[in-house]
Design a protein around this ligand. Structure first.
Ligand code: 5GP
Ligand code: SF4
Ligand code: MG
Length: 458
């Protein structure tokens, strides 16, 4: 999912619409915006792409200077209109709206406990437990924290909720007069803060969403941080005694984030390309062309081509009028959408030995079809390379990887996969190679659980 927030902008809902549009790759199932005019919070949501879910009329009706928005793809909870975010809630202390990127690993358990005590849930989403935990919290704030007077009522409730939940959360919370950002202590999902020249502040999953509203990147919201902005200024708190031990999602660099974004303080573009360069050092092959599986394989292919000296050719054309195929939750639809999305260029591939590069192999269904199409178009040899290691374990932290049964690398050897997708050779970037490519810049401290099975929290 993607989140976007605005503080101090008279066109807050329009700005949020733009921000969500830039984050569309992070979720295409639904979109929503909540706005506060200082007294009341109003909400509009819809299914599908941002431009379908929200209309100009919605934006005009959403008056106010503070807003949050969300684009969703289903992880926990499944695709269900009831799960469209932001969520809105009234409680004894007022009202708030909440938008969540990530996934809680103990949501089921908390939910069961709450339901036994009479709580009623209206969605199947893990995010809703936050609302209940916030509304029910009773503990005083940790004694080492000095709260600003504006924060004394509400923030202890968030701190208390953070103490109970486990997992990944980059959260935006909208109050009548405040915008609050919260990032889990491991910092699984990115979250950045920016500002424009007229003094509006923005918080977004990725910097490409700051670019679209002409805002400058200021800094990351840090792992474990609770950041508050209101008319009295900006404050940040670290309520959990968190070790400095981040577990940032390396898959954001491999695939999920946009290459024109800076996340976790590094450029996705550079790291993704470095993964391709590393791939070229690890696996050398005689070939005529390097062909990217667009869009996600482009930068790894560029890196591979530069490092190996094999020219890059666009041997597959991407139809841009379809979204990311994996985001369609039904297998039958996913099967079709591969053909809708990519088509080989016969003039490029006929009679040629190709190094085809994609970012990751998940189910193997896309790759098998791509290989089939390339063969039909006359490719002589196909060497299929991935700029990440085999995905062997599901993600429980907010990326929609399928169950273990559907993960091809969890069920087949590399040789069996090679045979299944029908290529001359198959090579995955090594774990060390992937981490090394990311560490070459500023990075330290990754989650790699989908490649290793080592889960930082469960
Ligand atoms: P496959 O050949 O495994 O069916 O599909 C691989 C393609 O799915 C790659 O191009 C990759 O970009 C894309 N992909 C990346 N991340 C995910 C994910 O989390 N889930 C799924 N299902 N596909 C993904
Ligand atoms: Fe990212 Fe994989 Fe960890 Fe999920 S399991 S947070 S996709 S690295
Ligand atoms: Mg892809």
């Amino acid at each position: 999912c993607g989140v976007f927030g605005v503080f101090n902008n008279s066109l807050a809902s329009h700005m949020t619409f733009l921000g969500l549009h830039a984050l569309q790759h992070r979720g295409q199932e639904s979109a929503g915006i909540a706005v506060s005019d200082g007294y009341d919070i109003n909400l509009r949501t819809g299914e599908g792409l941002v431009t379908k879910a929200l209309k100009e009329k919605d934006l005009q009706e959403l008056k106010g200077d503070i807003a949050i928005g969300h684009v969703r793809y289903s992880t926990a909870g499944g695709s269900n209109p009831k799960n469209i975010q932001p969520f809105f809630a009234h409680f004894y202390g007022g009202s708030f709206a909440i938008a969540h990127n990530g996934n809680l690993v103990n949501a089921e358990q908390i939910r069961e406990d709450l339901e036994k005590n009479g709580a009623i849930f209206r969605s199947t989403s893990d995010t809703e437990v936050f609302i209940h935990l916030i509304a029910k919290a009773k503990e005083p704030p940790p004694s080492h924290i000095m709260l600003h007077e504006n924060d004394r009522d509400f923030l202890p409730l968030i701190f208390s909720a953070m103490n109970k939940v486990k997992g990944a959360y980059s959260l935006l919370i909208l109050r009548e007069k405040q915008l609050i950002a919260v990032r889990d202590p491991y910092g699984f999902r990115p979250l950045v803060l920016g500002k424009n020249r007229s003094g509006s502040y923005f918080i977004a999953s990725e910097t490409c969403a700051l670019d679209i509203v002409d805002a400058e990147y200021l800094r990351d919201i840090k792992p474990g941080e609770v950041f508050v902005i209101d008319d009295s200024g900006m404050r940040s708190y670290f309520p959990l005694d968190h070790a400095d031990n981040p577990r940032k999602c390396i898959f954001e660099f491999v695939y999920f984030a946009r290459p024109d974004s800076m996340i976790f303080q590094d450029w996705v573009y550079e790291i993704r390309k470095e993964m391709g360069r590393t791939l070229a050092r690890e696996f050398k092959v005689d070939a005529d062309y390097v062909v990217p599986v667009l869009d996600s394989g482009l930068l790894a292919a560029k890196g591979y081509s530069e490092e190996s000296g094999i020219p890059l050719e666009i041997g597959l054309i991407r139809n841009h009028y379809v979204g990311r195929s994996f985001i369609q939750p039904k297998q039958e639809i996913r099967d079709l959408s591969v053909k809708l999305k990519l088509n080989p260029v016969r003039q490029v591939v006929e009679g040629k030995r190709l190094v085809v590069i994609d970012d990751s192999l998940v189910r193997g269904t896309t790759s098998k079809k791509i290989v089939n199409m390339l063969r039909k178009a006359g490719a002589k040899e196909i060497h299929f390379l991935l700029s990440s290691p085999p995905v062997i374990s599901p993600c429980y932290y907010g990326i929609d990887t399928p169950t273990k049964e559907e993960l091809i690398a969890a069920n087949m050897s590399i040789e069996q996969i090679r045979d299944y997708i029908g290529v001359d050779s198959l090579y995955y970037l090594s774990l060390e190679g992937m981490i090394g490519a990311a560490n070459k810049f500023r990075q330290k401290g990754f989650c790699t659980a989908c490649f290793t099975g080592n889960y930082p929290v469960f």
